[in-house]
Design a protein around this ligand. Structure first.
Ligand code: ATP
Ligand code: MG
Ligand code: MG
Length: 393
């Protein structure tokens, strides 16, 4: 049997491993953390740093093809692996996705093809650039200062209203390379998953609508009518164009903002992309005939990519560590029995040993025969678990 490899041992790696094993593949995970979600379930767990040459050599030796489960692995590691094995996505595209400056430049370069642009922004890498932005780009305030690298779940971001706040925020972030993005009045957010094979075959899912709370994904709405159809079609086509322009291989997620531009459907702005399956696509495991992880396995193994079909409407609720603490701050296992007694609930727990506030511990997908019943159950489950983000249902 062939072995598929993954750099990184988080929950996305774990779900990749599950999907690979279902098709009969062995798996190898390279991850320093001994108790990692993916390492626990993989045939091979190479327990070492992402840039350890001996570990990378062992991974390459074991595997037929190798992917990554998070964008902040050193692009150099992917480059090294690619000397001897097929690696997807490539070091070059991961390098773009892990740097907001390069990422925005890519979005600009393919704007004619994709039909979307990103929010107005400025690059701040030097004191002179920061001062120039303060003097000449007042229209970017209020804005969000984001570190160019290593940010996720809203980390490495500071909201700034004035030039003084911008100066303080840049200092707070350590004076590292940043982008200052204009704060847009969002009416909604959505994301699109695309899978593209070595041969250029491409399939995609319809956009899911996402609700974030404090910069972290809280709820994903995945059903027909979750957003205006015109907008949904544009987002799906834009994501495919972005993947094609990159020559992308693997699963890519593109995040979009929806803003009120005076048109009936609203305007679409591209936010960022993730060179891997995405939290907002977890519903595909329970609501579609092929999940984002199945497609990731197919791309890695060079298998045909079936056009996925969603068979049930779905809502996904993220389970952050906060759910594990009761009102008095005591650690307590949530009441899964009550949640699982509700129809159409699919509980996924990632096997993380320690619950911490804001830490992604699992998710709950609700499927059902129609949107109304899915919403009813989602509201009940969210109520039982004390989850936020369902006000707009
Ligand atoms: P992820 O975990 O998705 O990688 P991230 O840390 O890279 O998140 P972003 O996607 O840039 O962060 O921003 C997180 C959230 O903050 C967005 O989904 C959106 O809700 C809000 N946000 C970010 N940029 C803007 C903006 N320019 N205007 C308004 N809201 C924004
Ligand atoms: Mg991000
Ligand atoms: Mg994001």
């Amino acid at each position: 049997r062939a072995t598929l490899g993954v750099l990184g041992g988080g929950q996305l790696g774990r779900m990749f491993v599950h999907a690979a094993q279902r098709l009969g593949y062995f798996t190898a995970v390279l991850e320093p953390d001994v108790h990692s979600p993916a390492g626990q379930v993989s045939h091979h767990h190479i327990q070492t740093g992402y840039d350890d040459p001996a570990g990378l050599a062992q991974l390459a030796h074991l595997c037929q093809a190798i992917t990554t489960e998070f964008e902040n692995v050193p692009a150099q590691a992917l480059q090294t692996l690619a000397l001897t094995r097929p690696v997807a996505p490539s070091a070059a595209v991961v390098g773009i996705a892990q740097d907001r400056v390069a990422e925005k430049a890519h979005f600009a370069a393919c704007a004619d093809l994709s039909g979307v642009t990103c929010a107005p922004y400025a690059v701040i890498e030097t004191l002179a650039q920061r001062q120039a932005v303060q003097a000449e780009r007042a229209e970017l305030l209020p804005g969000i200062l984001k570190t160019a690298r290593m940010g996720y779940d809203g980390k490495g971001q500071v909201r700034v209203k004035t030039a003084e706040e911008l100066a303080a925020a840049w200092a707070e972030l350590g004076g590292v390379a940043c982008v200052l993005e204009k704060m847009l009045p969002l009416t909604a957010e959505c994301s699109v998953l695309v899978a593209r094979g070595w041969d250029g075959q491409v399939v995609s899912f319809a956009p899911q609508r996402n609700v974030h709370v404090e910069g972290i994904l809280a709820v994903t709405h995945a059903y027909a009518g979750n957003m205006p159809p015109t907008l949904a079609e544009r987002a799906q086509a834009a994501a495919v164009a972005i993947a094609q322009h990159l020559g992308y291989v693997g699963v890519l997620c593109v995040e979009f903002f929806v803003v009120d531009d005076g048109s009936t459907h609203g305007g679409l702005i591209v936010n960022e992309m993730a060179p891997r399956p995405h939290n907002s696509g977890h519903y595909t495991m329970d609501a579609c005939d092929a999940s984002q992880f199945d497609l990731q396995v197919h791309t890695m193994a060079g298998l045909p990519l079936p056009q996925p079909r969603q068979h049930s409407p779905a809502i996904m609720l993220n389970l952050l560590g906060d759910v594990w603490f009761d009102a008095s701050g005591q650690l307590q296992e949530p009441d899964w029995r009550s949640v699982l007694s509700l129809p159409g609930t699919h509980l996924h727990l990632y096997g993380k040993l320690e619950a911490r506030a804001g830490r992604k511990m699992g998710h709950l997908t609700i499927t059902g025969p129609d949107v109304a019943s899915v919403k009813t159950v989602a509201r009940r489950a969210a109520g039982l678990l004390g989850l936020p983000g369902l006000d707009d249902i």
